[in-house]
Design a protein around this ligand. Structure first.
Ligand code: HEC
Length: 117
């Protein structure tokens, strides 16, 4: 009986551990966030000419290419993702940081991802 109880405890502990693990935020990369339709959803509006797996991209925003060269100051790029309306009040790009669609950390990851394009 004692043994059985410990088996049950063990199984319960394992289940709890799995649940706790599942609730941890997944180690999403900047690319995951950018591609995620319910996060960045960047593909809805931007082409990614250097990425063959960027399919069905929209073109209401400029293609995202050569970002490092075009945005030598990384902060300018970050500010754009944080709140595009700050520099362009008419921008239809969602202000991801300002509206809380992305955490500060997620914005950083996306900026790093863009810098590799
Ligand atoms: C609803 C459409 C839309 C979505 C979604 C969107 N953007 Fe944009 N984006 C635009 C438009 C339109 C512009 C050009 C106007 C402006 O500068 O605000 C733009 C401009 C930009 C620029 C400046 C590009 C340049 O060449 O000057 C960057 C960088 C950018 N977007 C990155 C992103 C990233 C990264 C995502 C996803 C996290 C994203 N955008 C999601 C519409 C969008």
């Amino acid at each position: 009986m004692r043994k059985r109880a410990s088996v049950i405890t063990g199984v319960l502990a394992a289940l709890l551990a799995t649940t706790a693990f599942a609730q941890q935020p997944k180690g999403e990369t900047g690319k995951d966030i950018a591609y995620n339709r319910s996060k960045g959803n960047c593909l809805a509006c931007h082409g990614f000419p250097t990425l063959p797996d960027a399919e069905q991209t929209g073109n209401s925003g400029p293609p995202l290419i050569a970002m490092k060269e075009r945005f030598p100051d990384k902060k300018v790029l970050r500010d754009k993702i944080w709140d595009a309306t700050a520099t362009n009040p008419f921008s239809i790009m969602p202000p991801f940081g300002k509206h809380g669609g992305m955490t500060s950390e997620e914005v950083d990851k996306v900026v790093d991802f863009l810098y590799g394009l």
